[in-house]
Design a protein around this ligand. Structure first.
Ligand code: NDP
Length: 480
């Protein structure tokens, strides 16, 4: 493919497994953005004109191409993240999500018409896509999060320009190669490479923006979008709580929670980051959790050798280290893990179970983004709910216990996606036609659901067309 932009500069990129920094990844210059956006704006007209079934057919061809490139995609995203299990999932996600959203799109985007309450008038409901949508995505699941909003937006009829994190750009090349083989996607789906300044410049030029990343950057993105009065969808950080009630299946709870807290080495927005356990079962649960956490090996020496991959972004190690130091200084007990380990130039953390923690500790308040499992006892269900809701965040949560009691607690938890007798399950329903919408509460985000029909309707403006079907003057007209 001949990219619209001549790629001038390069990004320096650190390999998370060996710490080696390479400087051979090209970056997009900000002064190329106007041309990239103009090209997208022009291409969007024909893309919209294809209609939803036409767009589904084109994306199905793209999906088939991607299916034949799984090895390349997995290799590239493994280079970015240092892990292979999640990379396989990331590569498979694109086709899965195209299929899923292709089921939702025709229903969500169908127009309707009918009579109104005013005699002589009918209405038609129609949709107009946001013409050019910008997507800014983070490094933790770099490939999946770059397409998670792009796929429903494309189906809605938008052209999409994606700026993934500069930390993990290797996966972009194979994706661009696949896009280049689908002529209808030329200009309609474009990746650009660069850092935060390029993302900021993108916001200044597009008609709507989707952002996934930290709450601090999300505030800047929302402010910039607000100044331009463009739609803005921000999916931000979390400090997700899990509650284990008396009567819960402890073996099940420990296994689900240790998984939910350490998948992707805890570098997930919806990781379990705080665990509250009924005092009567606290010690038994803690022993089970510690036993399971100790069994999770580092993915060394090869990416397939264990479930716990390296830290992708080196500065994250300092945050995890600071949370551990603060917790230790304030009296926390470390049952396993507890150190940043250096192997072959990479930075690693084993699943770390902590007890004797309090809400005075950063590890119970601030997003850690690592495989830490701090466990705190509670004396009543009311106290458990109060502690779980004592957070500025509200992304997801989990509760384990007898079904009715767990459901009652789930309804009281202050977060948009709650797992009952499971943990970290909600993202597996992305694009699922059979699931409802969920919002991010508090500092975890703003602007609409990534699940259910709402996930596509975010990207269209709704139009009301009213028609006077009579030959009569309307009652409010001047008599002139
Ligand atoms: P950041 O907020 O640092 O960066 C996110 C993206 O924004 C990157 O592409 C970054 O570019 C870009 N960016 C940075 N500054 C600006 C700016 N001023 N204007 C526009 N764009 C900018 O997040 P991380 O990459 O560190 O990702 C981790 C965070 O993402 C965690 O807090 C996690 O919870 C959250 N997250 C949320 C999810 C959700 O669905 N709620 C899912 C996954 C992660 P660059 O990296 O090149 O500087």
């Amino acid at each position: 493919m001949t990219p619209v932009a001549t790629l001038l500069n390069t990004l320096s990129v650190r390999n998370p497994r060996n710490g080696v920094v390479s400087c051979d990844t090209p970056s997009t210059a900000i002064d190329q953005l106007d041309a990239i956006v103009s090209r997208a704006r022009a291409a969007q007209v024909n893309w919209q004109a294809l209609g939803v079934e036409g767009r589904i057919a084109v994306l199905a061809r793209w999906r088939d191409l991607l299916a034949g490139m799984q090895d390349q995609l997995i290799a590239a995203v493994t280079l970015d993240t240092g892990r292979i299990r999640e990379s396989r999932r990331e590569a498979a996600n694109i086709g899965k999500w195209i299929d899923r959203w292709s089921v939702i799109a025709p229903v969500a985007l169908a127009s309707s018409d009918g009579p109104t309450s005013m005699p002589g008038f009918t209405y038609t409901s129609d949709h107009a896509p946001i013409p050019v949508l910008g997507v800014i995505s983070p490094w933790n699941f770099p490939m999946s999060l770059s397409v998670m909003d792009a796929i429903p937006a494309l189906l809605a009829g938008c052209a999409v320009i994606i700026k993934p994190s500069e930390v993990t750009p290797h996966f972009i090349g194979p994706i661009e190669d696949s896009i280049a083989q689908v002529p209808e996607l030329a200009g309609v789906l474009t990746y650009i490479r660069g850092a935060g300044d390029l993302g900021a410049a993108l916001i200044d030029r597009v008609d709507g923006i989707c952002f996934t990343g930290s709450t601090a950057t999300g505030r800047k993105v929302a402010a910039r979008a607000g100044a331009r009065l463009i739609p803005c969808f921000v999916e931000l950080g979390g400090k997700d709580a899990a509650i284990v009630l008396e009567g819960a299946d402890l073996e099940r709870a420990a296994r689900a929670i240790v998984t939910g807290a350490t998948l992707g080495t805890g570098q997930q927005c919806y990781s379990v980051e705080r665990i509250y356990v009924a005092r009567a079962i606290h010690d038994q649960f803690l022993a089970l959790l510690t036993d399971k956490a100790r069994k999770l090996d580092l993915a060394l020496p090869q990416p397939d050798d264990g479930p716990i991959g390296p830290l992708i972004f080196a500065p994250q190690a300092a945050i995890i280290e600071a949370h551990l130091a603060d917790a230790r200084a304030k009296g926390a007990i470390v049952h396993c893990g507890g150190e940043i380990e250096r192997h072959g130039g990479g930075l690693w953390v084993r699943p770390t179970v902590l007890s004797n923690v309090t809400h005075d500790m950063a590890v119970m308040r601030d997003e850690t983004f690592g495989p830490l499992l701090p466990v705190m006892a509670f004396d009543s269900v009311d106290e458990a709910v109060r502690l779980a809701n004592d957070s500025n965040y509200g992304l997801t949560g989990a509760v384990f216990g007898p079904q009715d009691q767990a459901m009652a607690v789930a309804r009281r938890m202050n977060a948009g996606g709650i797992n009952v007798n499971d943990a970290g399950a909600t993202p597996f329903f992305i694009g699922d036609a059979l699931v409802c919408a969920n919002d991010s509460f508090g500092d975890s985000g703003l602007g609409g659901s990534r699940t259910g029909p709402a996930s596509i309707l975010r990207f269209v403006r709704q139009k009301m067309i009213v028609t006077n079907v009579t030959n009569d003057p309307s009652a409010w007209w001047y008599d002139v």
